[in-house]
Design a protein around this ligand. Structure first.
Ligand SMILES: [Zn+2]
Length: 106
């Protein structure tokens, strides 16, 4: 199963992966069927990058924060402006496409 990062929010629910209910934030992921999943950052790192370890947690949180920031920008700026911003902040072509898809701009 492959998961896509959809954003990060203040924790509203227990991790849907391990049940931990003492979370500060939920990372929102979407599975291959587009089903949303609310998990803790450690489990998000494992689901997206394959293993529960600090570097994966850090990477997934950073990307989720970026996606959430782009979503927030979309409430204030045009699609074209947000696309330009994502392009400026993204070096890798596939990652650019993933980020566009994550905020619904692809
Ligand atoms: Zn968990």
């Amino acid at each position: 199963m492959e998961y896509k990062i959809k954003g990060i929010i203040s924790a509203e629910r227990a991790c849907e992966c391990c049940g931990n209910n003492r979370l500060e934030r939920n990372v929102v992921l979407a599975d291959e069927n587009g089903e949303l999943m609310y998990v803790g950052s450690d489990c998000a790192g494992k689901l997206v990058h394959g293993a529960k370890k600090a570097s994966n947690t850090k990477a997934v949180v950073k990307e989720a924060e970026f996606v959430s920031k782009c979503r927030e920008l979309l409430t204030k700026y045009s699609h074209a402006e947000v696309k330009e911003y994502i392009g400026r902040m993204t070096t890798n072509g596939q990652r650019y496409l993933d980020r566009l898809a994550a905020v619904g701009l692809s």
